[in-house]
Design a protein around this ligand. Structure first.
Ligand SMILES: Cc1cc2nc3c(=O)[nH]c(=O)nc-3n(C[C@H](O)[C@H](O)[C@H](O)COP(=O)(O)OP(=O)(O)OC[C@H]3O[C@@H](n4cnc5c(N)ncnc54)[C@H](O)[C@@H]3O)c2cc1C
Length: 255
């Protein structure tokens, strides 16, 4: 850190350095089995996408652990899976549908700038779905995101299909709008504060007896959402509310 700051002209030892929160991890992931397989045939998951395993917790180093542990497991199981499976046959009508969908922006005339729309998405997520969340802001974000995704789909892309950063951005923006809608849906569904998810309208952790995971499934048009209780197979953590009260007590004693 000292070296990195020095490289950009700041001396951590001698002067104040401005710091700011940033999103650097998603505490959730794709539902997988113990061989890193998802329910989509042939799709294995590793790295940050596999890391619902840490729950609401985000300690430094979890990201690297997820990449190495699940990357190793997924690689081993994938190698065994591929050795025994036939080469897939492509569905041409399905491929044509995908091509039509992803090349659509080349035919768009008018519409808004894709980079400005991305900045608008970032600002919206930061303001309404950032550090402190509230039902009213989340509901506003939900509505705004639906409109933003439609506006993004109307945005034009210039140039051709080779090495086209604007096209890549258009594709990313559509995916980011979808992921953002899923984040908002789960933040609305979790009516408690737990880990890094803080709701000013539900500022305490919920009932530990019914700790649950939230599942979301997007079929391209609609989102399905349900909850399942967390299964503690080896160790059950102490009740969160009791733990917080205990920490507060010892902090007071320390003073
Ligand atoms: C600022 C910051 C600081 C962090 N600090 C730490 C830390 O100190 N310790 C820690 O453990 N973790 C840290 N993390 C988290 C950690 O870096 C990530 O969890 C980890 O890198 C995720 O690895 P991954 O392989 O799952 O995904 P990524 O590293 O995101 O890799 C995904 C790759 O897929 C590529 N890709 C995306 N779309 C496509 C596509 N359509 N086709 C082909 N390729 C594609 C991307 O370009 C990328 O190279 C930090 C994250 C950030 C942002």
């Amino acid at each position: 850190m000292v070296e990195r700051c020095r490289d950009v002209g700041f001396d951590l030892a001698r002067e104040a350095v401005e710091v700011s929160p940033t999103a650097h991890y998603i505490m959730g992931g794709v539902k997988i089995d113990t061989t890193c397989r998802s329910n989509l045939e042939g799709l294995f998951v590793a790295g940050e996408d596999s890391c619902g395993v840490h729950g609401a917790n985000r300690l430094g180093g979890n990201g690297v652990a997820c990449s190495t542990v699940f990357g190793g497991m997924a690689g081993d199981h994938m190698a065994a899976y591929i050795a025994n499976c036939e080469a897939p046959t492509a569905s041409m009508p399905q491929a044509r549908d995908v091509i039509t969908r992803i090349t659509a922006p080349f035919g768009n005339s008018g519409g808004e700038d894709v980079y400005e729309l991305r900045d608008e998405l970032k600002a919206l997520m930061w303001e309404q779905v950032g550090l402190v969340r509230h039902a009213s802001g989340l509901e506003a974000a939900k509505k705004a995101l639906e409109v933003l995704q439609q506006r993004a789909q109307q945005a034009p892309v210039r140039g051709g299909t080779r090495l086209n950063a604007e096209w890549q951005e258009w594709l990313n923006l559509d995916s980011m709008c979808t992921v953002s809608q899923m984040i908002v849906a789960s933040a609305l569904a979790r009516e408690e504060s737990r880990g890094s998810h803080y709701r000013s309208d539900f500022s305490e952790p919920g009932d530990d007896a019914v700790v649950h995971n939230i599942y979301l499934q997007w079929d391209g048009e609609r989102m399905r959402q349900w909850t399942e209780p967390v299964v503690f197979s080896r160790l059950k953590p102490p009740p969160l509310a009791a733990k917080i009260a205990e920490e507060a007590y010892f902090a007071q004693e320390g003073e």
